[in-house]
Ligand binder design. Structure first.
Ligand code: ME8
Length: 517
């Protein structure tokens, strides 16, 4: 076995009742950036996304569309795949819960839970919200203006009475708390971890894990009257995709436990309470981390189909550019917090940070090299303190960004990259290479070399967030495909003086609003 480290990152699998929107793109983008970063950093990466296709909510949506559930889910699932391709996501696997490999895994984990004595037959009498696919206690509900009972998520609930298998969740509270305690980074951010801990401390009820009043799901082994609760089915996807129930060798041995389940805050409880309890009961290892990010609103309003303000990431990217949108989403909001999408904020970041700060830096430096250095990487003379300071900052970036991304601090990582971009711009102004051209051409060559080398570091570091733009920037520095991972940041990777550079072209255009007066 190679000792190359591994990294397994997952997105939620999305319900196929709806068109994909910016919220789905956001979660998968965050995972894509981590997957790309880890690959460049020498890891074997497994990056999983997919669609959650069973349950009452999907069944009802299929019915409303006048289609049988499988035809419907096949179509909608394809929309999620298309979005992932469009967004330039690099997932290694796209799972659908209707696939035979998944049904087999669900039935296998069910059997493990039965064998462990954690499943019993009873009947569920209580409230259920189809929109959340979740059960609620009376004390969690409020009434809306029409007197209809509403779950904390805002979803309407309905009264359900049916035979059901239960999972003995109540028996797992202490072990979950002990696990959170021993693994303080299991749930991030910390505020969310505290919420989960107090929820578990409040006492857990046994969980209804099968339904009998509809058919669209995985049959319970040995009792065809029941289908598995859609969340037990859905959560299992994370192990299906690494080959469960095969646990000896293969991808399971290589990748499980997952390094990170990335989720939105709405579904943290399922991932940080139910899923670890299922896994412990089945005798399987727990994922290393669940990170719950915040919620996007649109110009201050909740995003919803009924409000007609769903943000289509494809439209955004067509307007502003794909890498610009990828950058904006991860830079605008501290990861973990809620965030608001506004066109003004998008344009400000695009024009300010991308076009002015980074784009102009590269364009100015590469144009000066094209004009004054015969289009070749200049040969530097001895370095001065200002030169080594800037190069030192650029060389120190990897370690800083690696730490920040290991805690899912995307905005911090981008800010760290921008600290160096701003430092480089400050250096250009101080050193004024355009003046040196006549006064001291040898010094000009050194300054331009230091800048080009700094830009090379920046472009390599920014690849995970802006892969296409950085590909262009690295092309302009004539870097071969195998000189773009993080080993190229070490000794020996530096730009070779005399290397021919292609004609420079701008990478980050300014946004000009054609609709504006
Ligand atoms: O919950 N802001 O699927 P889902 C940020 N199938 N993120 C958002 C968002 C918004 N406005 N809207 C959606 C399910 N998301 C289950 C998951 S996993 C085993 C099963 C993102 O289609 C966010 O990641 O409702 C959220 O957790 C997820 O989409 C919910 O997707």
């Amino acid at each position: 076995m190679s000792d190359q480290p591994t990294y397994y990152v997952t997105t939620p699998i999305y319900y196929v009742n709806d068109a994909p929107h910016i919220g789905h793109a956001y979660t998968t983008l965050a995972c894509d950036v981590l997957a790309r970063f880890k690959r460049l950093d020498g890891y074997y990466v497994r990056f999983l996304t997919g669609t959650d296709e069973h349950g009452q909510k999907v069944e009802k949506s299929a019915e409303a569309a006048g289609k049988d559930p499988l035809t419907f889910t096949t179509e909608v699932s394809q929309n999620f795949r298309d979005l992932a391709d469009f967004m330039n996501f690099t997932h290694d696997d796209f799972i659908r819960t209707t696939e035979p490999r998944h049904i087999k895994a669900c039935q296998a984990i069910w059997q493990k839970l039965v064998d462990a004595g954690d499943i019993y037959l009873g009947s569920y009498v209580g409230w259920y919200a189809v929109r959340d696919e979740a059960f609620y206690g009376e004390d969690e509900l409020t009434k809306n203006a029409d007197g209809v009972r509403i779950a904390p998520s805002g979803a309407e609930v309905e009264w359900v009475e049916e035979p059901s298998y239960f999972f003995k969740l109540s028996a797992w509270g202490d072990r979950l708390l002990a696990y959170y305690d021993a693994n303080p980074d299991f749930i991030l951010p910390e505020s969310r971890r505290n919420e989960v801990t107090s929820f578990v401390k409040g006492g857990l009820n046994d969980l209804s894990v099968s339904r009998t009043t509809f058919k669209w799901g995985v049959p319970v082994p040995g009792d065809d009257e029941h289908i598995m609760y859609v969340w037990l089915d859905a959560l299992t996807n994370y192990i299906t995709a690494v080959g469960y129930p095969e646990t000896d060798g293969g991808n399971y041995a290589k990748y499980w436990p997952a390094d990170l389940h990335m989720v939105g805050k709405d579904i943290l409880r399922f991932h940080a309470v139910y899923w670890p309890a299922f896994l412990m009961a089945a005798g399987l290892e727990l994922p290393k981390r669940v990170f719950a990010h915040g919620w996007w609103t649109n110009e201050g309003q909740k995003i919803s189909k009924s409000l007609g303000n769903v943000i289509d990431p494809i439209e955004l990217a067509n307007r502003y550019g794909l890498d610009q949108v990828r950058y904006f989403m991860l830079r605008e909001v501290p990861f973990g917090n809620d965030g608001d999408f506004s066109h003004t904020a998008m344009i400000n970041r695009m024009n300010g940070e991308l076009a002015n700060d980074f784009g102009n830096l590269a364009q100015r430096v590469l144009s000066m090299i094209a004009k004054n250095c015969d289009g070749k990487v200049p040969t530097p003379g001895p370095f001065e303190a200002d030169d080594t300071a800037l190069l030192g900052q650029a060389q120190g970036l990897l370690e800083v960004v690696r730490d920040q991304l290991d805690r899912q601090g995307f905005n911090h990582a981008l800010e760290s990259i921008w600290v160096v971009i701003r430092a480089a711009n400050g250096y250009v102004d101080r050193q004024a290479p355009w003046k040196l051209k006549k006064e001291d051409p040898a010094r000009m060559a050194t300054v331009l070399y230091v800048l080009a080398e700094t830009i090379r570091h920046l472009a390599i570091m920014a690849q995970p967030v802006m892969p296409e733009a950085m590909e262009k920037m690295l092309d302009q520095l004539a870097q071969s495909a195998d000189a773009r991972d993080f080993t190229a940041l070490g000794e020996g990777g530096a730009l070779v003086p005399g290397l021919d550079l292609p004609k420079p072209e701008g990478v980050f255009p300014r946004f000009v609003d054609e609709d504006a007066e």
